[in-house]
Design a binder for this molecule. Structure first.
Ligand SMILES: C[S@@+](CC[C@H](N)C(=O)[O-])C[C@H]1O[C@@H](n2cnc3c(N)ncnc32)[C@H](O)[C@@H]1O
Length: 293
């Protein structure tokens, strides 16, 4: 979006946003709300005969750099809004390449640091291999989706399964967590079953006749990074509409994910409310928080 189309879209958006702040947020604006409204206000004060990109280009120094960056964020936000919440995987090309050159608004160092720097994030004193972004995304997703069954492939220290079970309990959801690992951790939780098994033989780890009766909705999380295609294929036939499928650390798994989604056209959509909650792909699950249709 650019030129006059961008200016009018920004005006409509600013009005809607002010209404949302008043009605839904009790008059409290977020940092990002203020950032966008201030950006639109400042852009509107520039020469009205020029498009914003050109006006911003003519401003020199740090001030110009800053305004161009803000304009890029605004354009990215408006474009993402226009696309809507649920998006086909193959449509998830960078909305504005200069804004998200490697597919994320978060630069690589910041994303790396979001798992912790002096230590990794912890839950109940155990290492939890999530980013700070994902630690905020999962509680919202769980609250909204209300999964009755959470299936995790790759337990790590066990902290993530315990954390997911605690989230279910804190959200008042009657659900259970099943977490598979080739070397299961030695921890316990009344809502967690740790399973010992190899996801290269996923059908043995989760035999069809045991999992058939597990109540839906399901939240399936692939985080072992082994036999990704086989794991996704196995769960595909068992997932039902409105189940969620999350592939973590997915940057290196794009080919596998793309192959999987391509086989099931229209059945998996990226839920951008979560992948993009803190900016485009501000998560370890790049374009891979899927809802099953
Ligand atoms: C990245 S860690 C999981 C982290 C955990 N989900 C978290 O968020 O804290 C990956 C786990 O996958 C397990 N794993 C590796 N190969 C596996 C296999 N073939 N079958 C099952 N688990 C495997 C490893 O033992 C390791 O614990």
């Amino acid at each position: 979006m650019s030129g006059d189309e961008l200016k009018s879209a920004a005006e409509v958006f600013a009005q809607e946003l002010r209404g949302k702040i008043e009605r839904e947020q009790g008059g409290v604006a977020t940092f990002f709300n203020n950032f966008l409204l201030r950006t639109i206000r400042e852009l509107n004060q520039l020469d009205p005969t020029l498009v914003w990109k050109e006006s911003a280009r003519r401003i020199g120094g740090a001030e110009g750099d800053h305004l161009r960056r803000r304009l890029t964020v605004l354009r990215g936000h408006l474009a993402a809004r226009a696309r809507g919440r649920f998006v086909a995987y193959h449509e998830r090309l960078p909305v504005i390449p200069e804004a998200a050159p490697w597919g994320s608004d978060i630069d690589q160092a910041a994303l790396a640091m979001s798992q912790g720097t002096t230590d990794c994030l912890q839950w109940r004193g155990m290492p939890l291999f999530k980013t700070a972004f994902d630690m905020s995304i999962y509680p919202m997703l769980i609250w909204e989706q209300k999964p009755r069954t959470v299936i995790e492939i790759g337990s790590g220290s066990g902290a993530s399964a315990l954390w997911l079970a605690d989230l279910l309990a804190m959200s008042g959801i009657d659900g259970d967590v099943y977490s598979l690992d080739i070397q299961p951790p030695d921890v316990e939780h009344p809502r967690v079953t740790f399973l010992a098994g190899d996801c290269r033989h996923i059908e043995m780890a989760f035999p069809a006749k045991s999992i058939t009766n597990w109540p839906h909705p399901w939240l399936v999380i692939e985080d072992a990074h082994v036999n990704v295609g086989g794991v996704l294929d196995y769960f595909h036939t068992r997932l039902q509409p409105n189940d969620y499928l999350i592939v973590e650390d997915s940057l290196q798994k794009r080919k596998k994910i793309s192959g999987f989604v391509g086989k099931h056209d229209g059945l998996y959509e990226v839920d951008t409310r979560y992948t993009d909650f803190f900016g485009r792909n501000a998560t370890c699950a790049f374009d891979s928080i899927f809802v099953r249709r």
